[in-house]
Design a protein. Structure first.
Length: 181
């Protein structure tokens, strides 16, 4: 079964100079690189949908950056926003194995070791999104969670799967209240 059927992967990404420098790996990930990074990141098997998306475009900044929520987080009452999605690689600072990759947040910022931190928010590290393997084990299908460092690392369920997370992202204009304010 394929992933992201009917999904416009080209329109999904904003290939700004910043995204290309910080997030986007120059090549799709090889099987060897994927296995090496999975081992390095604690033995967590990356979801097939994550690998499929990164094979088509290896990391970057989405054009749709907001995810609707039904419960509040430290970000907002009804949504979260992301800055970028980490590529599978080590050459870009924001890649999974890069300078500010998943292990950086666990080792340096003491985020809980629940899986793989794959996306950041505009909060400059005070909130992250993770693939959460606590319920499924290191080889299962992880959920996507929001982790708030400023709120004692509170964990909020965001989506049941990575694919559901990506396909449910909406444009930031949905939450733009500047005219009302």
């Amino acid at each position: 079964m394929g992933h992201f059927e009917g999904f416009d992967g080209v329109a999904f990404w904003d290939d700004s100079a910043y995204a290309l420098k910080e997030y986007v790996e120059e090549a799709p990930p090889s099987r060897e690189l994927i296995e090496s990074l999975e081992e390095e990141l604690g033995g967590y098997r990356l979801p097939d949908s994550y690998i499929a998306l990164m094979t088509a475009h290896n990391g970057g900044t989405p054009t749709r950056t907001c995810f609707p929520l039904t419960e509040p987080t430290s970000w907002a009452d009804d949504y979260i926003e992301i800055t970028g999605i980490r590529g599978i690689g080590r050459t870009r600072p924001q890649s999974l194995g890069g300078e500010f990759g998943s292990l950086f947040w666990i080792d340096m910022w003491e985020y809980p070791d629940i899986g793989v931190y794959f996306a950041d928010t505009p909060s400059a590290g005070h909130e992250m999104l993770a693939l959460d393997y606590r319920a499924c084990g290191s080889h299962g299908e992880p959920t996507v969670v929001h982790v708030a460092q400023e709120n004692n690392f509170a964990i909020t369920l965001v989506a049941e799967t990575f694919e559901a997370f990506v396909t449910s992202l909406v444009d930031a204009s949905v939450y733009d209240t500047s005219e009302q304010d």
